[in-house]
Design a protein around this ligand. Structure first.
Ligand code: NAP
Length: 299
């Protein structure tokens, strides 16, 4: 009998493109590779996400990461519906991760953000009710630190544990401590910005150097005839971290999927782990005065 941790590493070591998913603690599975769908709404033409998600389904992606606040969730949904209707895919084969909420960062007259008086446990109970009602299959969290995860895990009357925590994760921000904590609690880490982000200075910390230009990633890539992007994705997948690279370029959507036909040696994995700079691309400093701002804690 394998522990969940062993199973994770077995699946992560050798996932094929067709069956690249790992188990979640609630009995569902999550594909190790998903398509991120956040593109700057000011510069992304309408219909882009629709076409990209349809193409990604043809390429083999079965996991999509979206949100109402990405302003294109309706396109992602339409693409999935169209590909189900044309027989390319079945609904039960698609893992869609959405993030609920209906207010787009309201501000007061002075331009300050109006915060909701967040009670994470009450919010979690509302999400549990959604799962019990069959509206969602799996419940996860995003940008939770250890304290916030423990708050939920120790909540009296907890009915559903969080199965995943979507956080920034890539070779320059490897999350060793949070990853270990999550492994102990069977929580899968879903890594956002797995390619080092869009480097859009309006919301990304661009003081951190460009990940994809890293010499080690480039040189390891040369050995396998892969790009630094593919090496960065493979690194996480191989250690059981789900990745959700965003691309709205047909070529790069295909390119990023080709990470299941090579594997990194243990030494290469260790060398990439050592690239960790512990600097976030996504700091969300505009919300650092929020009582639940997660990044004041070490992890
Ligand atoms: P990312 O996936 O690390 O990087 C995306 C950037 O890399 C885009 O500019 C993309 O441009 C480019 N790119 C894609 N493939 C490439 C390749 N093979 N070579 C070179 N450049 C490549 O960053 P992200 O979009 O910030 O993160 C991924 C997803 O995570 C988001 O889309 C979103 O779904 C999610 N996310 C969640 C949170 C959260 O707080 N929960 C925060 C941030 C992001 P092209 O489109 O032109 O290819």
């Amino acid at each position: 009998m394998h522990s969940v941790r062993e199973l994770l590493s077995l699946f992560a070591m050798n996932p094929s493109a067709e069956s690249h998913s790992i188990p979640l603690s609630d009995g569902n599975r999550i594909p190790l590779l998903g398509l991120g769908t956040y593109g700057d709404p000011r510069t992304t033409p309408k219909g882009t996400a629709l076409e990209c998600v349809k193409l990604a389904i043809d390429v083999g992606y079965r996991h999509f990461d979206g949100a109402l606040v990405y302003f294109n969730e309706h396109e992602v949904g339409q693409a999935i519906r169209e590909k189900i209707a044309d027989g390319s895919v079945r609904r039960q084969d698609i893992f869609y991760c959405g993030k609920p909420g209906n207010d787009f960062y309201p501000k007061d007259g002075d331009g300050n953000y109006i915060y909701h008086h967040t009670d994470l446990c009450a919010t979690w109970e509302a999400l549990e009710a959604c799962k019990d009602a069959g509206l969602v299959k799996s419940l996860g969290v995003s940008n939770f630190n250890r304290r916030q995860l423990e708050l939920l895990l120790n909540k009296p009357g907890l009915r559903h544990k969080p199965v995943s925590n979507q956080v920034e994760c890539h070779p320059y921000f490897t999350q060793p401590k949070l990853l270990e904590f999550c492994r102990q609690h069977n929580i899968v880490i879903v890594g956002y910005c797995p390619l080092g982000s869009s480097r859009d200075a309006s919301w990304v910390n661009v003081k951190c150097p460009p990940l994809l230009e890293d010499e080690l990633l480039v040189s390891i890539g040369k050995k396998y005839n892969k790009s630094s992007a593919q090496v960065a994705l493979r690194f996480n997948v191989q250690r059981g971290v789900v990745v959700i690279p965003k691309s709205f370029s047909p070529e790069r959507i295909k390119h990023n999927f080709h990470i299941f036909d090579f594997s990194l040696t243990e030494e290469e994995m260790k060398a990439i782990e050592a690239l960790n700079k512990n600097i976030r691309f996504v700091e969300l400093l505009m919300w650092s005065d929020h009582p639940e701002y997660p990044f004041h804690d070490e992890y």
